[in-house]
Design a protein around this ligand. Sequence first.
Ligand SMILES: [Zn+2]
Length: 435
Amino acid sequence: MDLVRFLATVVAITSCATNPALAQDRVDSALVAEIASIRAIDDHTHDDPIYAERVKTWSADSPLGSPAYPDTLTLRRDNPEWIRAWRALYGYRYQDMQPAHLRELLATKKRLMLEKADQWPRYVLDAAGVDIAFVNATHLGVGQENGRFRWVPWADPLLWPFSGEKSVLGFPGGGSSIGQLQREAGVAALPASLNGYVTQIVEATLAKWSATGVVAIKFLSAYRRGIDFALVDPDVAASVYTRAMSGLPVDSPQHKSLEDYLFHEIAAHAGAHRLVVQIHTGNGNGPYFNNTRANPGLLEEVLADASLRNTKFVLLHGGWPFYLTAQAMTDRPNVFTDFSAQTFYLTTHALAEVLRGWLEWHPEKVLFGTDAYSDANTPLSDYEEKQWLMTEKARRALAIALTGMLGDGEITRERAKEIAHMVMRDSSLALYRLN
Ligand SMILES: [Zn+2]
């Protein structure tokens, strides 16, 4: 590049950065209005039920709370976008974060929660324009048993037959153990054989969940191990199970082979009950999360196996930062992806770029999700604010992506509307059979 062209580029970039009109993404106003009207299905949240202790850690002296580790930009408590959520949810009257205003705001939130009592969780969904929210937790709680919330149980404890009452993972929403699932299945002692375990506990648990209206199960395993679930010979897995039952030591490769085998069995049995299998892929909570072992590409072999083609899988969080791998994996007829958590990992602009790539690939495979959750000390950026703001950001990002595709002549206006409805609602209705 010669000097004149270089200087011209610098001038162009500088003027973009300082001119908000140029920095904004273009959106088609008719599409924005259409998308705003869609009653969304949020396929992944950790929305809280009503429980009295929740507000006890919230301090009037520190309405924004304080982070345990440095948050990324969009999750920071001083992100001005939270103000939009506060105005929508609590009628916040200000456009600033002055301490006195925030103290008043936290008091208003607490008062509204008390006033609305059991209606609170539903009120939050109504404010966000969400029809149904999936709640990934140990169980649904007070205020969530009204058809607006669908329970997504943890499948992980089934991977660890010998963990007893221990919750192997720190699940959001409380502990879950194989001991508890075994009791609920009415099995007094761990079956002597692996086949017995699969039939009496795995199959019984999935059948019971399915019969009670559960439509999906979730694996959080990437927080404990790589998601490189391999295909394992049944005899190899059975011998590890028998060895552990007889009290002999089992080394970690042996443990892995048993877990891998059980992942396959759980997924196969889930498919037989038409339970969708959601898997955490990509970035996770905390500064030391191991991204590499959560790469959705590690699932390619097992998900392609002929024995699992009747099971539908959702790559939760779209594998971000491996979102291109997730995109490529939606080639498989039984693999879908959602963009939950990307809603707060990314800015609206960055999310729109991911969505555009995905929607130019298999638009039928892209699902809306927020991953709304409450953190340890986030009184004003808790699940309520995330449910509202992340839904709003998703709608906006979708509008930006579709406006670009429309403008470039890749889709018609009718198709743009259709895709918007699929992403926000229709594809989830069909996949999870909510009709
Ligand atoms: Zn989650």
